[in-house]
Design a protein around this ligand. Structure first.
Ligand code: ADP
Ligand code: MG
Ligand code: MG
Length: 886
């Protein structure tokens, strides 16, 4: 099998659809070559080779090296230079490239092929000594770090020392002679650190570099990144070996990165950064602050845009931007280098973007005729639109904070949202505090792939250096984290665990607020407000609604939640939990009276007091949901949850009820259960104390009648929790129907209502055909159903479920993504059985899974009619439901 693919001279053996084999970078380099774009020639060693390398116990498979050499010859021919040549040496970069972009992997090695002899040749052939020695010192540094494992800082120390000695401010101020000396010291450093000389044979360098790329597939950073992003371990990485082009040749050279559209706002404008006389990672590493790509992007007079400095190159870039967008029909993130005024393309890939930009770009591209509505819907990751629903700063509070002088710094707005949190300075601390439930903001000079876990744990990220395309910015956008970068006025002091801005000192643990949409950093906590659906987002959601068949309701216990859900497009309430109404402070005493009553009479007296309260609750909710169905679940939790706990509470309650404390405690003792979640709760309460459910049914139906009289359209659904048997259901259904008949008679009004059952005990799913005789609808309580199907307590699972996922016993947490094989099968079965008895029976999901895109896809497949998530997940569910149809 072919192990190495060549690209160059306008033709490539690979193409963009070969990402699995060539990795994303290699496949796109091939594609760009075929598009006729100026790409330096190169070769890609396939991901298959990487897999073989591991199978062989970290050995190159036979024949690979020969194919590499053969490819190298073609590159030499195309470039008119020879690898290892003393006169006019060919240099290459060695770059990793997995099928999906993985910033956690190996750093690229540039300028490979340099040694004590070829560096002289490079100097002569380019007539640029400084450049040659700059390239050599960069090469030793990168190779020494990435391949030989010498800490980056040790090289930096040497470089800084030299700069101090000669009074150079920046790297570019070092002369050829200075750089020669740096090279000498670097080589000594390598010897000291590794006990061996820096390898001089270019072919040996190349072999070592290829090995290092393969090995990097399994470094801890990469493993962690794959874990977080759920990238399969067996993909492997490709290796790209590309002829070097040089952005560090002086003032007519440079290097840059650009997005074909603004990655932060989605605006259809070219957006990027570049640095003159620089190479590779210089732009993203925050060594010098990069300059803007376009005039429009300039924020101050001192900046000089590429558009002005290199007008010809800019024109060509504009053309390429157009070609790439039309070709890929997707926003691209590109890397380019200018060597003596000549443009070279080094990478293109789908650009990471904020949720806001994702939505705008998708909608715009439909309007531009580039993609279909369906494609637009598929392009927006539902879990990211959460960001659009992210809180924003309350404007009044922002003004106030500014007036109080609490706006302490401003950086680049890299990823939106407004968050507050305690300041931490290391990724580990971020994780530690987050695990304790604290909100933290990770503050760094800049971030690197080693910080990924901390960025993941933090609410937001703030860096002092770096541009919009720096590591922190790119990763934060991908994760949907609020982020500000390049807040240059901030001085981060890791040793003292504080940062300073002017004379303001912010210590570890102090709270700051960052606004990732404006780049503003505030001292202390500011008020935030929830976001709205509008503009392009609204448009996309409209398209989603046209496509989806799965309905989306909302779980809401209060009129406020109902209102929020409705604003987000909910088509009804899928679950209204009545117990939450009981927990209100002024009601607790009455509820306790009801629970602790010794006689039925006493209990009914208490219930009478609760009735008007519940009725008011329902009226308020019905009014908000005018015209839409509202599914109300009768009392579900074990009664003792409402009982006093502390001594103080006991005393207060006893006083209120006019009972001796001792007697109250005795009553509470009697109600104690060994295993309350499987005890007297749910419909068992209705069977044991029918007066409770009778009161609730009455409150619901009276409220419905009152609303109807007032011209509100009500569609109440009354749901029985934890049903396990058809006779149990039958009994309670009769109870509700009796109350209804009575209420309608008393009020002289009738409202259509339905009685349904939760399916949350496995037995209910098994006998669903029987339940459907009485139940007019099913609502799957997937939280309890998962808990009971697995026999897995959801309150305790956290302690051990991680191990199960780690060992691969479970694919994921079944409380997050529905377990399709087990719990899912029960749902599927119950739907089939239910339909057999009652064709077209209404079925819904009211557990957490109703807001999880992956689970939604499954529910669509098995014919569920609606899902019902919490208010903020309603838009996510609408989009996911549309995607499930496409
Ligand atoms: P990453 O995956 O981190 O983007 P890359 O392999 O793209 O790493 O390379 C890192 C940097 O080096 C980029 O800025 C890239 O443009 C630059 N680079 C890579 N290969 C070459 C080359 N052959 N000539 C000049 N610059 C290169
Ligand atoms: Mg790159
Ligand atoms: Mg339940």
């Amino acid at each position: 099998k072919k192990m190495v693919y060549y690209f160059g001279g306008g033709k490539a053996e690979g193409s963009a659809d070969m990402k699995m084999l060539l990795g994303g970078k290699g496949a796109n380099l091939a594609e760009m070559t075929n598009l006729g774009l100026p790409v330096p020639p190169g070769i890609t060693i396939t991901t298959e080779v990487c897999k073989d390398y591991y199978k062989l116990g970290k050995q190159f498979p036979e024949g690979m090296w020969d194919e590499v050499l053969e490819g190298l010859r073609k590159i030499e021919k195309e470039m008119g230079k020879k690898f290892g040549d003393k006169e006019n040496p060919l240099l290459v970069s060695v770059r990793s490239g997995a099928p999906v972009s993985m910033p956690g992997m190996m750093d690229t090695i540039l300028n490979l092929g340099l040694n004590d002899e070829t560096v002289e040749g490079l100097a002569k052939s380019t007539n640029n000594e400084r450049f040659a020695w700059d390239s050599y010192r960069r090469f030793i540094q990168m190779f020494g770090n990435v391949v030989m494992g010498i800490p980056h800082e040790k090289f930096e120390e040497v470089l800084e020392e030299k700069k101090r000695e000669v009074g150079a401010k920046q790297d570019v101020d070092l002369s050829a002679e200075d750089l020669k000396d740096v090279v000498k010291r670097y080589k000594e450093l390598v010897k000291r650190e590794t006990g061996r000389e820096f390898p001089q044979d270019p072919y040996e360098q190349l072999k070592m570099a290829i090995k290092a790329v393969f090995d990097s597939w399994n470094n801890p950073r990469a493993i962690k990144y794959r874990e977080i992003n759920k990238i399969p371990e067996d993909y492997g990485t490709a290796v790209n070996i590309v002829a070097m082009v040089f952005g560090n040749m002086g003032e007519t050279s440079g290097t840059g990165v650009a997005f074909t559209r603004n990655p932060s706002t989605g605006e259809n404008e070219f957006y990027g950064e570049y640095l003159k006389n620089a190479q590779g990672e210089d732009v993203v590493a925050g060594i010098r602050t990069p300059q803007p790509l376009t005039k429009a992007q300039k924020t101050s007079q001192e900046q000089t845009s590429l558009e002005e400095e290199f007008p010809e190159v800019y024109k060509e870039l504009l053309k390429i931007r157009d070609i790439l967008e039309k070709h890929y029909r997707e926003m691209q993130d590109i890397e380019f280098t200018i060597e003596n005024g000549r443009l070279w393309m080094l990478q293109t890939r789908t650009g990471k973007r904020t949720a806001k930009a994702a939505v705008k770009i998708a909608v715009d591209m439909v309007k531009e005729g580039l993609i279909s509505k369906e494609e637009a819907i598929l392009r927006v990751d539902p879990s990211l639109i959460d960001q659009l629903l992210h809180p924003m700063l309350d404007e009044e509070d922002r003004k106030r904070a500014k007036a109080e002088g609490r706006l302490i710094a401003k950086g680049l707005p890299a990823a939106p949202g407004a968050v507050s949190g305690k300041v931490v300075f290391t990724a580990d601390e971020a994780v530690e505090l987050a695990e304790k439930g604290e909100k933290v903001i990770l503050v760094r000079h800049e971030t690197s792939p080693e910080d990924i876990h901390g960025m993941h744990a933090a609410e937001g990220i703030l860096t002092a250096r770096g541009g919009m395309t720096s590591h922190a910015a790119v990763v934060a956008r991908g994760m949907g984290k609020t982020c500000i970068v390049g807040a240059e006025s901030i001085h981060v002091d890791y040793d003292r665990e504080e940062f300073r801005v002017g004379d303001v000192v912010v210590k570890k643990g102090e709270v700051i607020t960052i606004d990732g949409s404006t780049g503003e950093v505030f001292h202390g906590e500011l008020k935030t407000i929830p976001a709205q659906i509008s503009g392009e987002f609204e448009e996309l959601m409209k398209w989603a609604d046209e496509i989806r068949t799965l309905q989306v309701r909302v779980n809401a216990d209060t009129p406020e939640d109902a209102e929020q859900g409705r604003k987000f497009g909910a088509e009804g309430i899928g679950l209204c939990r009545t117990e939450h109404m009981f927990f209100k402070e002024e009601r607790i005493p009455v509820v306790r009276e009801m629970i602790l009553a010794k006689t039925q009479e006493e209990r009914e007296r208490a219930l009478e007091k609760l009735l008007p309260m519940q009725r008011e609750d329902f009226i308020a909710i019905f009014e908000v949901m005018n015209g839409l169905p509202v599914n109300i679940r009768l009392l579900d939790p074990p009664l003792h949850e409402f009982l006093p706990r502390t001594e103080e509470e006991f005393e207060r309650t006893a006083k209120e009820m006019g009972l001796p404390v001792e007697e109250l405690k005795k009553r509470a003792e009697e109600l104690h259960e060994v295993n309350p979640m499987l005890g007297l709760r749910g419909s068992r309460l209705g069977i044991t104390h029918p007066e409770i459910y009778r009161m609730q049914a009455r409150a619901i139906l009276e409220a419905a009648c009152i609303c109807k009289r007032n011209g509100v359209e009500v569609l109440p659904e009354i749901m029985l929790p934890l049903i396990a048997d058809e006779k149990e259901l039958h009994e309670l259904k009769k109870l509700i129907d009796d109350v209804a008949a009575q209420v309608f008679l008393e009020m002289g009004v009738e409202v259509p209502y339905q009685v349904g059952t939760m399916v949350e005990v496995p037995r209910a799913a098994v006998i669903a055909d029987k339940l459907a005789r009485d139940a007019e609808y099913f609502s799957f309580g997937t939280n309890d159903l998962t808990q009971m199907t697995f026999g897995l307590s959801r309150d305790d699972a956290g302690k051990f479920i991680g191990k199960y996922v780690e060992l691969g016993i479970l694919k994921g947490d079944p409380f997050i993504h529905i377990d399709e094989e087990g719990v899912g099968r029960l749902i599927e079965m119950a739907i089939e059985l239910g339909n057999a008895t009652r064709p077209g029976i209404k079925t819904g999901i009211c557990g957490e899974h109703g807001g999880d895109p992956r689970s939604i896809n499954f529910f669509q497949k098995v014919g569920v009619k609606y899902v019902s998530p919490s208010p903020f997940r309603v838009p996510i569910a609408r989009l996911a439901a549309a995607q499930a149809r496409i």
